[in-house]
Design a protein around this ligand. Structure first.
Ligand code: NDP
Length: 449
């Protein structure tokens, strides 16, 4: 996968492969950034001398630990916990926790690495990190989830803090899990340290719009990309993969802005509703009942459910992958292009494969990479930290206004950086370079950290 790299970057990438064997998702995300950095080394040769890229590819600290917990039958279960503190040049480590059976070190490192640049792009003072566990929350009772979260925090609490490392949610970690994790942190430290976690409930230090932020932000970014092409969301056919936190709020905001969202999915299948998705029904099934999306077609006239179906085969103007990594391949990209899709924005982290991105680029489709398009979640987390630090609580309208402004700024930064470096319209290049240069400059200023 080393084609396309500048000759100075090629050996750095080979070293990353050598030092991190078997971590394919991490390799993919490093390659995705290095691909853009050739012209940066021409403009800033000192970054090469100072070995900034080699340092950025090596996490500052990696913590791996055992998480023992007892299930409802009294049987002992053992999972593995991770927290990778990737880079703190711009602020405390910041990034979510993922609970999913596919989690291993390579997934957490890929997420932590991208988080560093994403957080830099928000313009807010946050470094990058990520954590999680191979724990599978599916089918577990509330009591089991609580015992697992308490055991996880019993190790993790000594590594985090409002000025050190501030976790949040991700796949499998929503407000329920954050409540259990935060509660255990409070018990162990005897401190009500609001700023140690974001994504908290509104009654105990959370911020308005944090739950909605990633999905809303993806749609604001998409709107900005369309606006740059003198188009709008109004009347567009939209498909959104996933039916979790990011997907639900992307659907909501797209509908509010006049789009017709006709399909979404979960890990088991796809639903198509030409009449436009009924979001209340999706919430009822996926959030309240925690059930499969197939139930939607059973309860809604005219809707179809396709188990093992591919959502990208549904003709649309705009595609928003909001489920998981590598869910949209080159084949899917070609199908979308043939069906007339004009814009794609990544709500999930790295959902489009490198070959898929290349196909979109070659077809001239507006493509918003996750680092930029889904940065609204972490940006609003940073706004939650601001509110906690000042013991304040902002209104929904004000916070949403801040989020929208941040997303427009990120869009502008990516757009202008891409033009400056000779890649007009390439938001991936723009995002990688703008995020990298900001972190690199801070590292340069701080000496050999
Ligand atoms: P959730 O756990 O709330 O939802 C994930 C959704 O994706 C679920 O509907 C799940 O289905 C579905 N899914 C998982 N794996 C697959 C698969 N292999 N194929 C199809 N569907 C799948 O997670 P989030 O919405 O929080 O996160 C989604 C993505 O967005 C992740 O990549 C995450 O890293 C990224 N992200 C999240 C942020 C946030 O603020 N939450 C911030 C920035 C990025 P099922 O219900 O069946 O499990």
């Amino acid at each position: 996968m080393s084609e396309g790299l500048d000759e100075k970057l090629e050996p750095i990438y080979r070293e990353v492969l050598h030092r991190n064997p078997g971590e394919t998702e991490f390799h993919q995300s490093v390659h995705g950034v290095l691909e853009s950095l050739g012209p940066v080394l021409v403009k800033y040769p000192e970054f090469a001398e100072l070995k900034i890229i080699q340092r950025i590819c090596e996490p500052e600290r990696q913590i791996i630990f055992r998480v023992p917990w007892q299930d409802d039958k009294g049987e002992l279960q053992i999972n593995r916990g991770f927290r990778v503190q990737f880079n703190s040049a711009l602020g405390p480590y910041k990034g979510g926790m993922r609970f999913h059976p596919s989690v291993y070190l390579g997934i957490i490192k890929f997420l932590g690495f991208s988080q560093v640049f994403k957080n830099a792009l928000t313009g807010l003072p946050i470094g990058g990190g990520k954590g999680g566990s191979d724990f599978d929350p599916r089918g577990r009772s509330d009591a089991e989830i609580m015992r697992f979260c308490q055991s996880m925090m019993t190790e993790m609490y000594r590594h985090i803090g409002e000025y050190t490392d501030v976790p949040a949610g991700d796949i499998g970690v929503g407000q329920r899990e954050i409540g259990y994790l935060f509660g255990q942190y409070k018990r162990l430290t005897n401190r009500f340290e609001s700023g140690v976690f974001t994504g908290k409930g509104l009654d105990w230090g959370g911020s308005c719009v944090r739950t909605e932020a990633t999905g809303y932000g993806v749609v604001f970014f998409t709107e900005a990309m369309l606006d740059a092409r003198k188009e709008s969301l109004d009347g567009k056919r939209v498909v959104v993969s996933g039916a979790g936190n990011v997907a639900i709020h992307a659907i909501q905001k797209a509908q509010l802005l006049g789009a017709r969202v006709i399909a979404c999915s979960d890990s088991r299948g796809v639903i198509l509703d030409e009449g436009g998705l009924d979001l209340d029904l999706i919430r009822q099934i996926k959030v309240r009942e925690r059930g499969p999306i197939s139930a939607y077609a059973e309860r809604r006239k005219g809707a179809q459910y396709n188990e093992d179906g591919c959502i990208w085969e549904i003709p649309c103007d705009i595609a928003l992958p909001c489920a998981t990594q590598n869910e949209l391949t080159a084949k899917d990209a070609k199908t979308l292009i043939e069906n007339g899709c004009v814009a794609v924005a990544e709500g999930a982290n790295m959902p489009v494969t490198p070959e898929g991105i290349q196909a979109f680029r070659e077809a001239g489709i507006a493509f918003g990479p996750g680092k930029a398009a889904n940065a609204g979640g972490v940006a609003t987390s940073a706004l939650e930290m601001q509110q906690n630090a000042s013991r304040d609580s902002w209104s929904f309208e004000y916070t949403e206004g801040r989020l929208q402004e941040i997303m427009c700024n990120i869009h502008r930064t990516c757009f202008e950086t891409a033009e400056e470096y000779g890649a007009p319209g390439n938001y991936t290049t723009g995002a990688n370079i703008a995020g990298f240069v900001k972190v690199a400059r801070a590292m340069e200023a701080m000496g050999h950290i």
